[in-house]
Design a protein around this ligand. Structure first.
Ligand code: ADP
Length: 349
């Protein structure tokens, strides 16, 4: 389609120049013979000069016409593109080449303008993400720092009862842990997004890995009296980066336990089909509204602010990135108030 358009524009340009030249030459000849017919040999010299002046005049007319045409079809678009590029270079990512310009039918600049607008849109998206990221990170850093500062000040009170001292010290160390967790997650995500992590792919036993990850939450499920349901057949092997996938199972399980109340159930199921090993992590927790579900894989997104103290909204962003790197798939089904099921598919050996 693009080739046809390009070919069409070349043919039109060629025809325009051909007709122009043919017209100028024909008019010159006509004028010459018209004058030649009326004069004698003696005036030949004069007629030649007149004809030459005619040709000169006609050429001048066309040159002026061409200059005016170029002003509108070349100079103006180039100027507009230049202005937009200058604004983009100076960090104004809202700059766009006007729509009417792009709509111009035979203008070759239309394509360039469209590409520039796409580039500007991409840059402004990246800029928004960067600004959001900085404001989110600052906000997430400030919260535990404020907690540490407050409890640190309170710890300095003279004659503080031992019980209070322990309580405040625990709050400080919890805030420290949260901060460390946040920074670790930001660094991991940054590495994953900048392709600085090269997965070390090797064949390993996925069944074993999933069971090991689940067992790490034993204390949590005992404390919250959560029932565990499992269906994990032995010996399902995959070729993937085991360390990165541990991150996936740990995050999904940690969320399942976090969002499931006392006496609920968390299930972990492993199955296979021709292409994939399929891990499902389900819970009978609070579930999500569809509008929350649509954003859970966004960085720093937290569906319910009442849980804000327990996370930083980076876990699922990390999970999604890792699954993407492994060329797998991730999906979620959730019913608000009833629970959620996350399904991860990883290619088998
Ligand atoms: P965090 O758990 O630190 O808030 P995540 O990226 O892990 O961040 O999750 C983002 C959001 O997705 C959570 O704030 C929560 O609203 C929602 N979510 C994730 N897992 C579950 C789950 N199992 N049940 C209900 N909501 C969940």
């Amino acid at each position: 389609m693009k080739l046809l358009k390009c070919l069409g524009s070349y043919i039109i340009t060629f025809l325009a120049y051909f007709l122009l030249c043919a017209f100028v030459i024909t008019v010159s000849f006509l004028l010459f013979f018209w004058n030649f017919g009326e004069i004698d040999e003696a005036r030949l010299h004069f007629t030649a000069i007149v004809t030459f002046c005619n040709v000169l005049f006609i050429t001048l007319l066309f040159t002026v016409g061409d200059i005016i045409r170029r002003r509108f079809t070349v100079d103006r678009p180039v100027k507009e593109i230049q202005e937009v590029l200058d604004r983009l270079t100076n960090g104004d990512y809202s700059a766009r080449v006007s729509e009417s310009f792009i709509a111009g039918k035979y203008s070759k600049f239309g394509d360039i303008a469209e590409s520039i607008n796409d580039l500007a849109a991409e840059l402004s998206g990246v800029e928004t993400l960067r600004a959001d990221f900085i404001s989110n990170v600052s906000h997430e850093l400030k919260t535990p720092l404020a907690v540490m500062q407050n409890y640190g000040t309170m710890l300095q009170q003279p004659g503080l009862p031992e019980e209070k001292r322990m309580e405040y010290a625990k709050s400080v160390s919890d805030a420290c842990r949260r901060l460390a967790h946040l920074i670790t997650n930001i660094l991991k995500l940054n590495k994953l997004e900048n392709q600085q992590i090269f997965p070390t792919v090797a064949e390993y036993d996925l069944s074993e890995q999933v069971v090991e990850c689940l067992l790490q939450f034993e204390n949590t499920w005992e404390k919250k009296n959560i029932d565990i349901e499992t269906d994990i057949p032995d010996g399902v092997r995959i070729r993937a980066d085991a360390e990165l996938l541990t991150l996936v199972w740990n995050n999904l399980l940690s969320n399942a336990f976090k969002f499931t109340g006392e006496g609920g159930t968390v299930g972990v199921y492993l199955s296979t089909d021709e292409k994939y090993a399929i891990v499902k992590v389900s819970d009978t927790g609070c579930g999500m509204k569809p509008e929350v579900g649509a954003h859970i894989f966004d960085k720093f997104y937290q569906g319910d602010t009442s849980h804000a103290t327990q996370g930083n909204g980076l876990g699922l962003a990390l999970v999604k990135r890792v699954v993407g790197i492994m060329q797998g798939e991730i999906g979620v089904e959730s019913v608000y108030g009833q629970g959620s099921t996350f399904t991860v598919k990883i290619r088998r050996c």
